[in-house]
Design a protein around this ligand. Structure first.
Ligand code: HEC
Length: 118
């Protein structure tokens, strides 16, 4: 009985570990918006508004605009090879995924009463 209990606990533990690791793998691929926000505040906010406000650098579109006009893939491709007036920031693949996830999570609803920054 005790052994059976131990085995079922082990099976549950294993199942949870599997779920946990596949969730991590998923986050690695789709990015982590919370991390993306932190790095955006640090690396992007001097030029881009992270929400719906006008950007500090007028030629840099705000993140709400980018969210509605670009797919996550387009954002990631751009960040791998920035061009135009956007400087190369040498972000890692993970940082790029996180930044794209954050941009895609920006609140673009003007009725929400928030500026669009999470
Ligand atoms: C020194 C200013 C500056 C910084 C810092 C900066 N950007 Fe930009 N970014 C720009 C400018 C200017 C453009 C417009 C490029 C153009 O079209 O010439 C741009 C364009 C973009 C675009 C493409 C928009 C489109 O039209 O598809 C994305 C995505 C983007 N930036 C994301 C970021 C992210 C994420 C960060 C931080 C990790 C960042 N940028 C940091 C200036 C900056």
């Amino acid at each position: 009985m005790v052994l059976r209990h131990a085995i079922s606990m082990a099976v549950i533990g294993l199942a949870m570990a599997t779920v946990g690791s596949s969730a991590d793998a998923q986050t690695r691929k789709t990015g982590d918006a919370v991390n993306g926000r932190i790095l955006s505040l640090r690396w992007c906010a001097s030029c881009h508004s992270l929400g719906r406000r006008p950007s500090p650098k007028a030629v840099a579109p705000n993140f709400a605009w980018i969210k509605t006009h670009r797919s996550a893939n387009q954002i990631r491709s751009f960040l791998f090879a920035p061009h135009g007036q956007m400087p190369r920031l040498d972000l890692s693949r993970r940082q790029i995924n996180d930044a794209a996830a954050f941009i895609k999570s920006v609140d673009t609803d003007p009725k929400s009463g928030r500026s669009g920054e999470i």
